[in-house]
Design a protein around this ligand. Structure first.
Ligand code: UD1
Length: 433
């Protein structure tokens, strides 16, 4: 039965919270170790649904996977000849499953990866993944819902010029290039901190990569890579979530084990919203004061403002002292949750890529439903400043990216409860259908 998170507001958050490793890094780190036979270990692994899905995917590829939740470590034993099919049920549950494509083609010279299909936050094409691997000599066809790639003679180096700095395409091509013959260049590469983290893991495995953190990656193929032990970079999106939670509630949250240098523009914007931000070596403190000032934000590839924090900006502007404008440049269909926010009394006017938000003094609690990870977390956080009870459904989305979200909120003083949704007769009817 699907759970609901029930928040009773208004409330002000106060206290400390620890941030684990980045979801958007760890999933790819787990895929990258497929490039070498043997036992690799990844630490600082968050205990979230998506990690369990990736563990299952690797098991189906023939790997031994031990997930030590206590130690936040995953040990992966990669066989000499892994299987090379990523099944539809897993790719459908988690789109990041497609990050096994590059490693599998490079290592096994073939891969069959189910196409992810529709997604709640936009079309999210795979054209750059596909054309990039084709440029490296792979033959690719779509067959019965699978992207089938073959490179019988092995991959060859290529010069990629990405038309947009896609995170997923940069990662897949970078991983594939580590074992390709010759020197591969990726121009207009994405440079999110998670990509640098993956590059560092690859270098520790024996890969030759220059330009890490820059828009041009140069990768010299090597014959084989070795297993590795690697610590995952902190999750800047989770850290940013807590920062917005502090700002929206006018609270004070000490966010530990995070890297403030990965949130440059985000923390600047929070200061513009009226917060005090204290940057430290291993984290930062965000303190709000009363209602925030509105902020204007345009999402962009890193180091621009991350699209994954956009829903929190909308939530902040919803209770700000004026009008704020938010422009979404990365995912065109990421506005779905604004209709849910409107159920809490937010005033949001959409026009294409733009949302104009008119701040109101107080939201009012209501039942709402999340349709993606960040929208879910943003609705819960909006519930913190809504009067009365906000019931958030679609909690499974939140579980995909946040460990113990409701427990961490409680530790910061929020009145939050997580309940099984057994009382809902419609949910029961859906299950019986
Ligand atoms: C990753 C993150 C996601 C984040 C996003 C942008 C993971 C698991 N997910 O997603 O949380 O919001 O980066 O920072 O790491 N595109 C194409 N063709 C392609 C590839 C991408 O058109 O071949 C488009 C997409 O439709 C989208 C945009 O490019 O509009 C950005 O996509 P991309 O950067 O690839 O994001 P993801 O890797 O899917």
């Amino acid at each position: 039965m699907e759970d609901v998170i029930v928040v009773t507001g208004p409330t002000r958050l106060s206290g400390q919270v620890d941030v684990a490793g980045a979801k958007n890094s760890v999933l790819k780190l787990m895929a990258a170790v497929l490039l070498a036979e043997g036992r690799s270990t990844i630490t600082n692994v968050p205990n979230i649904q998506d990690v369990w899905i990736m563990a299952e995917l690797l098991r189906r590829l023939g790997c031994g996977v031990e997930y030590d939740v206590e130690q936040a470590a995953v040990h992966i034993d990669v066989p000499s000849a892994p299987a090379h099919q990523a099944d539809y049920d897993l790719v459908r549950a988690m789109r990041a499953s497609i990050s096994v494509l590059g490693p599998l083609v490079a290592r096994c010279r073939q891969a069959e990866v189910a196409l992810p299909g529709g997604d709640a936050i936009g079309s999210r094409g795979l054209d750059m993944h596909r054309s990039g691997l084709e440029l490296m000599g792979a033959q690719i066809v779509i067959d019965h819902g699978y992207l089938v790639a073959k490179a019988p003679g092995g991959l060859k180096a290529a010069h990629h010029r990405l038309s947009f700095p896609s995170v997923g395409a940069t990662e897949n091509l970078m991983m594939a290039a580590t074992l390709a013959e010759g020197v591969t260049t990726i121009d207009n590469a994405a440079r999110e901190p998670e990509i640098s983290d993956i590059a560092r893991l690859l270098v520790a495995m024996g890969a030759r990569i220059e330009g890490i953190g820059s828009p041009t990656l140069v990768i010299t193929g090597v014959e084989r890579l070795q297993p590795v032990a690697h610590r995952t970079v902190p999750d800047r999106i989770v850290a940013g979530t807590w920062a917005f939670a502090a700002a929206i509630t006018g609270g004070r949250v000490d966010i530990r084990h995070a890297d403030p240098s990965h949130l440059g523009v985000v923390l600047d914007k929070l200061e513009q919203a009226g917060c005090t931000v204290e940057r430290r070596a291993d984290g930062f403190v965000v303190e709000g004061s009363g209602r925030p000032s509105p902020i204007n934000v345009s999402t962009l590839p890193y180091p621009g403002f991350p699209t994954d924090l956009q829903p929190f900006v909308v939530a902040l502007n919803a209770v700000a002292t004026g009008n704020g404008m938010v422009t979404e440049n990365v995912f065109e269909a990421r506005w779905g949750f604004t209709n849910e926010l409107a159920r809490l009394g937010a005033i949001v006017r959409l026009d294409g890529h733009h949302a104009l938000i008119k701040g109101v003094p107080q939201l009012s609690g209501a039942p709402v439903e999340a349709n993606d990870i960040r929208a879910g977390a943003a609705l819960v956080i909006a519930g913190l400043v809504a009067d009365g009870m906000t019931e958030v459904r679609g909690v499974d989305h939140i579980d995909r990216g946040y460990e113990n979200f409701d427990a961490k909120l409680r530790a910061l003083g929020a009145v939050v409860d997580r309940r099984g949704n057994e009382a809902d007769p419609l949910a029961k009817a859906r299950l019986l259908r």
